[in-house]
Design a protein around this ligand. Sequence first.
Ligand SMILES: Nc1ncnc2c1ncn2[C@@H]1O[C@H](COP(=O)(O)OP(=O)(O)O)[C@@H](O)[C@H]1O
Ligand SMILES: [Mg+2]
Length: 264
Amino acid sequence: MTTHTKEEIILKAENVHLEYDNKTILRNINFSIKNIVRPGMEQGQVVSLIGRSGIGKTQLFKLLSGLQQPTSGHIHIQNDQPVRAGDMGVIFQNYYLFEWRTIHQSLMLAAKQNPALKGHETDAIKKSAADFELTDHLQKYPQQLSGGQRQRASIIQQLLKGSDFLLLDEPFSGLDACVLDKVVELLLQVSISDELKTLVIVSHDIATAIAISDTVFILGKEKDLPGATIKKEIDLIARDLAWQKNIKREKAFLETVEEIKNCL
Ligand SMILES: Nc1ncnc2c1ncn2[C@@H]1O[C@H](COP(=O)(O)OP(=O)(O)O)[C@@H](O)[C@H]1O
Ligand SMILES: [Mg+2]
């Protein structure tokens, strides 16, 4: 197994509860994400929250992003601060972009929010557009892009802002197989870039989520109890399934997919 240590907690959900009209959607959600350190490596965390459709993933996503408050409980990020809207880079399922601005204009707005890029915004946009194969599309409006291009543009937009966390809701849905592989590759590249420290991926796609993550949390229902909760945490590093490119045919990988399926 690759040497690493898990250090301080960088995100923590504590007794999080969400109700609508007295109906429990999320119940007693508790989990934490720790900073992973590997000697001699820039290492980000990639955490997936996996659950069936309709279970409450997007609701949990909104709570983690600070855009919505739980009915009770807390979500804390670095230094035990409650998460606030804007603390995290957020990528919604429909890849929200400003429809009335060109991609370049949107990316410039994002870059200007990042003090570390002051004076170098144009270069930074050029570089990330090249990395994500969007150079030819910078002068277009979002409606002139394909789904995969919109998704890449919204990822760059959040990266340019310079947040430590990138939160993605269903980043693999609606992409064909070739584009999917590319997105996985790009997200892995992002996770080891020094600008970003933690990716949190909300998904129902078990195999792709495992292939990209170091830790998986399973969101599901428990017998006779209302709402969804975290039923299981799987440490993929301990199973030697993290940080490896071609694991999809390995026995341990396939067994983990089955284990998660049976838990959903
Ligand atoms: N504003 C709301 N009022 C009442 N119920 C809601 C509201 N928003 C979402 N829900 C319910 O919360 C549950 C979880 O939805 P969601 O988080 O979108 O699921 P997922 O993303 O896992 O597919 C669903 O049953 C949905 O009907
Ligand atoms: Mg959803």
